[in-house]
Structure formats: C-alpha cells, structure tokens
Design a protein around this ligand. Structure first.
Ligand SMILES: [Zn+2]
Length: 253
C-alpha cells in the first residue's frame, strides 16, 4: 500500500509499536476537516499532513495579516494578503505532496457543514468565535463525527476531544452551554504564539489517536502557559443538553 518513499517518510512513526503499519493505514484512509486556518490550524495541519493523513479539508474566509505571523507558523511574509485557506494549502502541499488538500474560502454555517461532514472522518475546531464553535459542535453531534476542540487566549489554552461516534459522549455544549456570547478575540486580548501552537499541536495528536482507534478520555485539558502546568476537568454528558441531550429527558426536567 505504501511505496518506498512513503515508508521512508513515515519510518519514525512506523517504528512505534503503538502506531506501526496499522496506524499508518488507518491515518491514510482518514479525511479531516479543519474549521479555521489560523494559529491552531497551522501546526495541526502541518503535523497531520506530515504524518500522512488521507486528506485535509480547510475552510476559512480570512486573509493572512502581518499581525498573524508571530503565531500562524505555516505562513510566510510573502503570503500576507492571501486567503488563509489557500496559503495554508500551498504550504501543506509543499511539505507532503501525497496528501490531498482541499481549501475552501467560505464562512462556515450549518448548511455548509451538513454538506461536508458526511465526507470527513473527524473535525478539528480551530476557530476563534463561539457562534462557529456551536455550529461545528451541533453538526458533529448530528453526523456523529469526532470533534477535537481547541482554544487559546493570552497565556491560557484549552483542548478537548469529543468522540461523538459514541452516543454516551458529552459534547462541547454539555461543557460550555450553547450560548454564543463572550468572544474574547486575540486581536483584543493578546496571545503568545507558543501557547496557541501547543494547543494546535495537541489537537493533531488527539486526532491521530482518535483516527487510529486509541481510546481518548472526554477531558477538558487546560494549559497555563506561565506555570507550564495542566489541569483536567472531566465533563459529563448532560442529559438536558440542548444539542446532544435526549429530548424526552429534557421534557422530564
Ligand atoms: Zn451535549
């Protein structure tokens, strides 16, 4: 299934008993959607393309700005002004031409997600606003797709994986509610590049675990970038969750 060049390219991960040829084959069959092409998606997409994922679908309607370059590590100064989805796709193709990359310049909504999700195996939420996060979560619940959610602001990062293929998995709204208020944007609050890079990198790692059949606990991991410490919260599925809850349980409540 893999040619000699590919066996050499992936040799250091094939060496891992925890990954090996089975993991490589599972990864090479998987198509991943990255919603947002900024500071989280940049490292996540680089690692997934480098690892030989089966395909990447990238969506963002923003353009690269000079103020993005300190944290959006895939972009180069001569890409300022380009659409992020196209600029990221170009870098991924130059890293690993074997991985098909489909960039889409669009603002994500429920209709777009309903059209695309049947064609993908996993979704990385790499956005910076609650409205899109909620739309992505609701679509992943509807289509039973695993979701790896990441966020970073100032010196704090958060990451959580929701394996929504399992009906007893909590979803993003079980944890954070289904509101869309309270956006805190990097353009206003500030962000250090390595903090958002840490979260995006771990989104790629969790995606690789989920796509190669490793169990992933539904935990919220919170990163303190000043103390270099992590704490974990274990979200429970909320039977009254407006997105994934049982409507009958909701009526009882
Ligand atoms: Zn829920």
């Amino acid at each position: 299934m893999f040619n000699d060049d590919q066996l050499m390219r992936y040799s250091r991960q094939l060496l891992l008993a925890d990954f090996d040829l089975d993991g490589q084959e599972a990864l090479s069959r998987a198509r991943v959607l990255l919603v947002g092409c900024g500071g989280l998606a940049n490292p996540a997409a680089l690692y997934l393309a480098g690892a030989g994922v089966g395909g990447l679908l990238l969506v963002d309607d923003d353009r690269v700005e000079v103020s993005n370059l300190h944290r959006q590590v895939a972009f180069r100064a001569d890409q300022v002004g380009e659409h992020k989805a196209l600029a990221l796709a170009a870098q991924l193709r130059s890293l690993n031409p074997d991985v098909p990359v489909t960039p889409v310049v669009a603002r994500v909504d429920a209709a777009w997600l309903d059209q695309q999700l049947p064609e993908v195996d996993l979704v990385l939420d790499c956005t910076d606003n609650f409205a899109t996060r909620q739309a992505v979560n609701a679509a992943c619940v509807r289509h039973r797709k695993p979701l790896v959610s990441g966020a970073a602001i100032r010196l704090e990062g958060q990451i959580a994986a929701f394996d929504l293929r399992q009906t007893d998995s909590p979803c993003y709204a079980c944890l954070f509610g289904d509101g869309t208020e309270g956006d805190l944007l990097c353009s206003e609050a500030g962000i250090l590049g390595p903090v958002v890079g840490t979260v995006g990198t771990l989104q790629a790692l969790l995606a690789m675990h989920l796509l190669t059949g490793k169990p992933v606990d539904p935990q919220l991991h919170v990163f303190d970038g000043r103390a270099l410490s992590w704490r974990q919260l274990a979200p429970r599925k909320d039977p009254h969750c407006p997105v994934c809850g049982d409507p009958v349980a909701g009526e009882d409540g």
